[in-house]
Ligand binder design. Structure first.
Ligand code: PRP
Length: 183
C-alpha cells in the first residue's frame, strides 16, 4: 500500500492540552444539575469524544451516539462530498426532553450536519443544544451554522486525517491531526 503523504498540523500533546481547556469551559458551563446528554456523532468524533468526556467534570453527564449519512452523496476520490441532505441512520437511546444536549463533532465543514442536529434535538424539546467540535472550517460553510466550543480552526482549504478523521475510512487511528499533501 502506498504511504499517504501528510503533514502534522496538531500533535497528540497539542490536542490533549486543547481538549483539557475545552472540557474545563464545558464543565463550567453546565452548573444546574440537569442532565447533559453528550452526543457522539459517529464515526469521526469517537476519539475526540472519548478524550473530551474523560476531562468533563460533571456527574450530570450521560453519553449517547448518533449515526448520520448525507444522501445524494458524491464520491470524490474515496471521500464523500456532501450535498446537505442529512439522514438519521441511528438515533439516540436517550430521551433529550428537558435536558441539555452537547453534540460532539470532529469537524464542522459545510455546517449541514450540526445545523440538522441542532434542529433535530430542539424539535425533541431539548433544554438547549450546544456544539463542541475538534476542527472548524468556517470558510467551507454552506449554511449559517456555528460551534460553541472549538478546539482548532482552519482558515484555509485542507483535507484532514487522523484523530478520528478518515480518508476512505483509513487513518482514523493516527494520534495527531494531519493535512494530506497532494503530489
Ligand atoms: C463528516 C464529519 C461530520 C460531517 C461534517 O462525517 O464527521 O460529521 O462530515 O460535514 P458537514 O459540516 O459538511 O456536514 P462523514 O459523513 O464523513 O462520516 P464519518 O464521521 O463517519 O467520517
Amino acid at each position: 500500500m502506498q504511504e499517504l503523504k501528510k503533514n502534522l498540523l496538531f500533535s497528540e500533546k497539542e490536542i490533549r492540552e486543547r481538549v483539557k481547556e475545552l472540557a474545563k469551559e464545558i464543565s463550567e458551563h453546565y452548573k444546574d444539575d440537569k442532565p447533559v446528554v453528550c452526543v457522539c456523532v459517529l464515526r469521526g468524533a469517537v476519539m475526540f469524544f472519548t478524550d473530551l468526556m474523560k476531562e468533563v467534570k460533571s456527574d450530570a453527564v450521560v453519553y449517547d451516539f448518533v449515526t448520520l449519512s448525507s444522501y445524494e452523496n458524491a464520491m470524490v476520490e474515496g471521500t464523500m462530498s456532501t450535498t446537505g441532505k442529512i439522514k438519521l441512520i441511528q438515533d439516540l437511546r436517550e430521551n433529550v426532553e428537558g435536558k441539555h444536549v452537547l453534540v460532539v463533532e470532529d469537524i464542522v465543514d459545510s455546517g449541514y450536519t450540526v445545523d440538522y442536529l441542532r434542529r433535530y434535538f430542539s424539535s425533541k424539546n431539548a433544554l438547549d443544544v450546544h456544539i463542541a467540535c475538534l476542527l472548524d472550517k468556517p470558510m467551507s460553510r454552506k449554511v449559517d451554522a456555528h460551534a460553541d466550543y472549538v478546539a482548532f480552526t482552519l482558515e484555509r482549504p485542507a483535507f484532514i486525517v487522523g484523530y478520528g478523521l478518515d480518508y476512505d475510512q483509513k487513518y482514523r487511528n493516527l494520534n495527531g491531526i494531519y493535512e494530506v499533501v497532494n503530489d
